[in-house]
Every structure is written in structure tokens, then in C-alpha cells.
Ligand binder design. Structure first.
Ligand code: NAI
Length: 227
């Protein structure tokens, strides 16, 4: 099974690329960063998506892991920052979905996995631009699932909780933040990238053949805890 993974140079996307490769998937890993075994691609660049599919042909899987997050209250955030988050996190995901749809081989099955967040369900202060983008990804996932179904394309999302990656390094190096998280998350710990990669593999494979349009939360129970 041929799968494109975006954001493949770091964190969750790197782990997804490595894990799928080890499980005999044919992985095309792409990222803004130029790294070994990773093709350079800006997910917001429409022409770059056309070129990529021109090179690799139809694919049976796509995992949209590329994403950005900065901190700042609504009053501290510029319009440019707000729009940039929507562009990378939402438009980038949408362009990937559209490219797979356009290049899909009639009569075959495909599966798309988007990366949403617990923040699609529960908000935290100081990152409304990020929270808004993740809510949009879960909603986009539902809409794309409805349009993809008649073509044999399933579309789901994963909603990770706090996962140890470069994006969360600063927060997870702060003992106060870690102890808050450990208290808030029923499983009592931070998650690891491999705990997202295994869900991505499940959603790509035929083992999840009746699942589409949903966000699977891999969050240690965070979104279930009302306390
Ligand atoms: P990361 O910062 O380690 O990796 C993100 C990757 O996306 C980087 O390699 C970066 O170069 C790439 N990227 C950024 N803009 C790009 C663009 N325009 N085109 C192509 N690549 C681009 O972050 P992490 O933690 O691995 O995040 C991956 C996804 O998981 C993101 O969507 C993030 O919002 C989401 N997520 C992460 C959580 C966490 O706790 N780490 C929790 C919930 C969601």
C-alpha cells in the first residue's frame, strides 16, 4: 500500500513514516524541512501537490501530520498569525485530501488520516488560532468522508492528547505543566508518538473498513474527563 505522510521530518509524522515503513507500507514522506528520506513539500503549495502526485501516481493512503502551533491570546495574536495557522493546518490538509481524490484510481479503496487534536473538543486558553484550526480539521474530516465514500475513500482523523514531540518540548520540560497534565489525563501520563502511529496504521488498513468520518481520540482519556 502506497502512502503519503506529511510532516514526516519530525515528531508524529516521522514516527508514522518509520512505523509504516517497518510494517511494509510504501511510504512517501514529505515536509517543509529537507531531510534524508523526506521529500521537500510545503503542504500549502497547490502546485507542489500536483507535482508530487505527478511523480508518485495514485496512492492508497495519506496521513496529514504537517502542522504548526504557537501560543498567544486572541488579543496578542495578529491576523497574519491566525490566518497562517488556518493555512497550514486546514488548507494544507484540504489540499492533500483534494489531491488524493483527484488522483484516485476508480474501483480501488483508499484511506485518509488527518491529525486533529483534543482541542477540537476542549479548548485551552492562549491558542485560539490553533484550537480553531483543529476544530476545522475534525469538521473537514466528516465532510470529506461523505464525499469520499462513493469513491471508496475513507476519511478519519486522530485527536491526540499531549504527545512528546518537538512541538510540545517546551511545555513538557516544565514540571508544573507535566504535573497538571498527569492530573488531568486519566491514564496519568503524556503520550508517545508510537501511540499515534499505531492508530494511523489501523485507520489506513482494512481492519477499520467500516470506520469513516470520525475522530479517534488517542488522549489517555483526557476528553472523557469532566473533572
Ligand atoms: P512537530 O513540530 O514535531 O512536526 C510538525 C512537522 O510539520 C514539522 O516537521 C514541520 O516542518 C512540518 N510542517 C510545518 N509546516 C509545514 C508545511 N507548510 N508543509 C509541510 N510540512 C510542514 O509536531 P508534532 O507534534 O509531530 O505535530 C504533528 C501534528 O500533530 C500537528 O498537526 C499537531 O498539531 C498535531 N498534534 C500534536 C500534538 C502533540 O502533543 N504533539 C497534540 C495534538 C495534535
Amino acid at each position: 500500500m502506497k502512502v503519503i505522510v506529511t510532516g514526516g521530518a519530525s515528531g508524529i509524522g516521522k514516527e508514522v513514516s518509520d512505523y509504516l515503513t517497518s510494517e511494509a507500507f510504501e511510504v512517501i514522506s514529505v515536509d517543509l524541512q529537507d531531510k534524508i528520506n523526506v521529500k521537500q513539500l510545503d503542504v500549502t503549495d497547490e502546485a507542489a501537490w500536483t507535482d508530487l502526485f505527478g511523480q508518485v501516481g495514485p496512492v492508497q493512503g495519506l496521513v496529514n501530520c504537517a502542522g504548526i502551533r504557537t501560543r498567544g491570546t486572541i488579543m496578542e495574536t495578529s491576523m497574519a498569525t491566525f490566518e497562517h495557522h488556518l493555512k497550514v493546518n486546514v488548507t494544507g490538509t484540504w489540499l492533500g485530501i483534494r489531491s488524493l481524490f483527484e488522483n484516485h484510481e476508480a474501483g480501488s479503496d483508499a484511506s485518509i488520516v488527518n491529525i486533529s487534536s483534543v482541542n477540537a473538543e476542549i479548548a485551552v486558553p492562549g491558542q485560539a488560532h490553533y484550537v480553531a484550526s483543529k476544530g476545522a480539521i475534525s469538521a473537514l474530516t466528516k465532510a470529506a468522508a461523505i464525499e469520499g465514500a462513493p469513491m471508496g475513500i475513507r476519511v478519519n482523523a486522530i485527536g491526540p492528547g499531549a504527545i512528546r514531540t518537538p512541538m510540545t518540548a517546551e511545555r513538557l520540560n516544565d514540571p508544573e505543566q507535566v504535573s497538571w497534565l498527569e492530573g488531568r489525563v486519566p491514564l496519568g501520563r503524556v503520550g508517545e508518538p508510537n501511540e499515534i502511529a499505531s492508530v494511523a496504521k489501523f485507520l489506513l488498513s482494512a481492519e477499520s473498513s467500516y470506520i469513516t468520518g470520525t475522530t479517534v481520540f488517542a488522549d489517555g482519556g483526557w476528553t472523557s474527563n469532566g473533572v
